[in-house]
Design a protein around this ligand. Structure first.
Ligand code: DHB
Ligand code: FE
Length: 280
């Protein structure tokens, strides 16, 4: 059976990609952010995931407002990055794992989810930047499964719905016959609002509370509707839904390995959380 070895939650702010391209990791503005990652990479080098299931949101690269799935699961052999207009380097192509994707999709439909299934899917900064932060040398030996959650256009799924989605993915992994180590990754957030009257809005106390709850009591975060989260965390802070969904896939004894929180990077409260998941 596949073993979910742990969880990473991280911000996916596009400017991070620009900072990596220009080698600004030691720059005073960027250092407190990048300094969070060596501990995460060290843990990954010991726990050695074979597969990464990425819960993220597409920002108009693959789905636009005219066609917006609430949940979309990649089932392709590979996933290509493409120019989104942020001036970022192209991060290339990621290996897929269609057999496991379809196994996850089967479980989701059995559990009464109705995901869009994507045998062709592009991936944007919300997928590429977290993987670049965790594997700066690239993800050559690692297979990826993108699961996109609509955090862009109302109506948004509730936090509870996203958590249950993650639980269903966790059940699928538990019944996958191959012995593989799986990392679940939730990207985005934490609190931020990029436009409108509250542009620049950040809610530090809410973010810190969420990081605490994600460790040991994630179900206490499931009472929020998408609209309530937009009010509390900012219109883009709803990307927290990706973190909550990924957390649903952990079913063992969860231990915090590492965290980092730094305000602001660009317009966003940046955060990193690494959790280990030991079988019960
Ligand atoms: C920013 C944050 C995001 O989550 C995103 O998708 C785009 C931009 C920002 O803070 O600049
Ligand atoms: Fe985003």
């Amino acid at each position: 059976m596949a073993q979910v070895i742990g969880y990473v939650g991280t911000s996916h702010i596009p400017a991070i990609g620009g900072a990596i391209a220009r080698n600004l990791q030691q720059d005073p503005y960027w250092k407190p952010f990048f300094d969070g990652f060596p501990a995460a990479r060290q843990w990954l080098s010991l726990s050695k995931p074979d597969v990464v299931v990425v819960f993220y949101n597409d920002h108009g690269l693959n789905f636009f407002l005219d066609k917006m799935p609430t949940f979309a699961v990649g089932a392709a052999n590979e996933y290509a990055n493409a120019d989104e207009g942020w001036g970022l380097p192209n991060f290339g192509t990621y290996h897929g794992y269609p057999e496991l994707s379809w196994h996850i999709i089967e479980q989701l439909v059995t559990d009464e989810f109705d995901p869009m299934t994507c045998q062709e899917m592009k991936v944007d900064h919300a997928f590429t930047i977290p993987l670049k932060l965790l594997w700066p040398e690239g993800t050559a030996g690692i297979r990826t499964i993108p699961i996109a959650i609509n955090t862009v256009q109302h109506p948004l799924p509730s936090a509870r719905r996203c958590y249950k989605l993650g639980q269903s993915v966790g059940r699928a992994l538990a019944s996958w016959p191959e012995k593989q180590n799986v990392l679940v990754l939730g990207t985005g957030g934490l609190s931020h609002q990029l436009d409108g009257q509250r542009a620049g809005f950040i809610n530090k106390s809410f973010d810190l509370m969420c990081l605490d709850k994600l460790v040991g009591h994630p179900e206490q975060l499931t009472g929020y509707s998408g609209a309530q989260l937009a009010e509390i965390a900012g219109t883009q802070g709803v990307e927290l839904l990706n973190w909550i969904a990924a957390r649903g896939a952990l079913d063992g004894q969860v231990r915090e390995v590492h965290r980092n929180y730094h305000i602001p990077i660009s317009n966003t409260a940046s955060a990193l959380l690494v959790l280990e998941n030991r079988p019960q």
